[in-house]
Design a protein around this ligand. Structure first.
Ligand SMILES: Nc1nc2c(c(=O)[nH]1)N[C@H]1C(S)=C(S)[C@@H](COP(=O)(O)OP(=O)(O)OC[C@H]3O[C@@H](n4cnc5c(N)ncnc54)[C@H](O)[C@@H]3O)O[C@H]1N2
Ligand code: MOO
Length: 411
């Protein structure tokens, strides 16, 4: 042990704002079917209005609104039935004063009509005569040709991951492929003489199966990236440098876990320093202090703490936004959150951000209770049991039981 301290420690806030590599993935066309969650590279605009024609929103009779003024149960308006509009076809009927046309929901409003009265407020008392018992205002029961989308309006914006309704809107507008950013390729490199592949059946004393890589791959996929397993590297600076060089050449982001603490095994820091510029080494964060952020020839690199729980906490806070940004996402969807009452006192040291895993239970009165899960960051099962996490900000020295807290829910 050398007693060295981290050399460029930062807060999480500084890292989120200040570590913003320029790199973005290439743009590729994808069919709508494969576009869910992908990020459009440019606004997609409508070249025609939607729905494109004045459309009835109810089953009833297309009328001239003025013909219904004053209509009531006691004093109905009587209109001559001029005909019917068929679904999916141009109307062959015109509505002149004193007349109406039967129309189903979704059909084209015939010429001369400016409203549709719902069938419930009518009766066909005699064949060819319709009794109307409610007045309708002009435009009632009708959507105008560009009510949904006007020509030139943005159908889906650049920079926001596509959601299911976006695919519907694009389909309605006849857009069947979208130019989106490629999924960022994220290389996952695990380090440590003791780390062995997760399919190792029998462990010798001191060995651990690689837990971090599989969990990281899950978070990377959730963030819209493509995980690439780059293997397990022993604690040897030469081997690590060579593995990092390969990974940097083939990925949009490299994530390397372990070996970045201040102990004897800080080969990662040495290897990364030799390959690029270290932006920060050490975060004011618990867990997750031994974190490194660097850029090597335009490729960002995150050095994660060895403890799997800490690695995942850091990746969730800093890696997920980075993967999204690499994919052109500058409008990330807000994480699902819930407000809850803290179930017990939470101690915390001032000057660092504490990320505390919690379970959330709903009390009979509908309010939520957040129960902190204590345990060393070496225990991955704590994370697996948690429903979400809360943060105790840097200046705070803890939170009292009963405090109203915001819990960010795990996916
Ligand atoms: N004197 C100090 N010692 C430590 C400090 C400190 O500030 N001063 N920080 C502690 C903290 S916090 C952490 S976190 C660890 C992180 O150290 P490293 O990033 O160098 O990681 P390692 O020592 O290599 O590993 C820690 C732990 O995690 C296990 N591990 C590593 N990789 C994997 C993997 N892929 N899958 C499963 N488990 C893994 C490893 O076997 C160790 O048990 O340093 C503390 N010490
Ligand atoms: O950062 Mo260590 O990552 O607190 O467990």
């Amino acid at each position: 042990m050398t007693g060295r301290e981290f050399f460029t420690a930062r807060t999480v806030g500084e890292a989120l704002v200040g570590f913003r590599p320029e790199r973005r993935t290439a743009v590729e066309p994808v069919p709508l079917d494969g576009a869910l969650g992908r990020v459009p590279a440019a606004d997609v605009r409508a070249d025609a209005p939607l729905p494109g024609f004045a459309r009835s929103t109810v089953d009833g009779y297309a009328v001239r609104a003025a013909d219904t003024y004053g209509a009531s149960d006691g004093l109905p308006s009587y209109l001559d039935l001029a005909g019917a509009v068929r679904m999916g076809a141009a109307p062959t009927v015109t509505v002149t004063p004193g007349r109406c046309a039967a129309i189903p929901t979704g059909a084209v409003l015939p010429a001369g009509a400016d409203a549709v009265v719902m069938v419930e407020y009518t009766a066909e008392t005699m064949p060819g005569t319709v009794e109307v018992t409610r007045p309708v205002a002009p435009g009632s029961g009708v959507v105008q040709p560009d009510d949904d989308v006007a020509v030139g309006a943005v159908l889906v914006p650049a920079g926001r991951p596509l959601r299911a309704p976006d695919l519907g809107l694009l389909a309605a507008a006849g857009v069947t492929t979208v130019d989106v950013h490629a999924r960022p390729r994220v290389a996952i490199l695990s380090t440590g003489d003791e780390v062995v592949p997760s399919d190792t059946k029998e462990l010798t004393v001191g060995q651990v199966r690689d837990a971090t890589a599989s969990a990281l791959a899950g978070l990377i996929r959730e963030a819209g990236g493509d995980p690439v397993y780059a293997g397990i590297v022993p604690d040897d600076e030469g081997a690590l440098r060579s593995a990092l060089t390969d990974a940097l050449g083939a990925a949009d982001l490299v994530v390397v876990s372990a070996g970045s603490s201040v102990g004897a095994r800080d080969e990662t820091a040495a290897a990364v320093s030799a390959l690029g510029e270290v932006w920060c080494h050490g975060l004011a964060l618990k867990p997750g202090k031994p974190t490194m952020l660097a850029e090597c020839a335009g490729v960002p690199l995150i050095g994660l703490p060895g403890n799997p729980l800490s690695a995942l906490v850091v990746f969730r806070l800093l890696g997920v936004p980075l993967v999204r940004r690499l994919a052109g996402c500058d409008r990330p969807p807000p994480a699902p959150r819930v407000r809850a009452r803290l179930a017990r006192d939470l101690p915390s040291a001032a000057g660092r951000l504490d990320v505390v895993q919690v379970t959330v239970t709903e009390d009979p009165d509908g309010t939520c209770r957040a129960e902190p899960l204590f345990g060393p960051s070496a225990l991955l099962s704590v994370l697996a049991r948690a429903d979400g996490y809360l943060v105790v900000p840097e200046p705070a020295t803890g939170l009292d039981a009963g405090t109203d807290v915001e819990v960010v829910l795990h996916a």
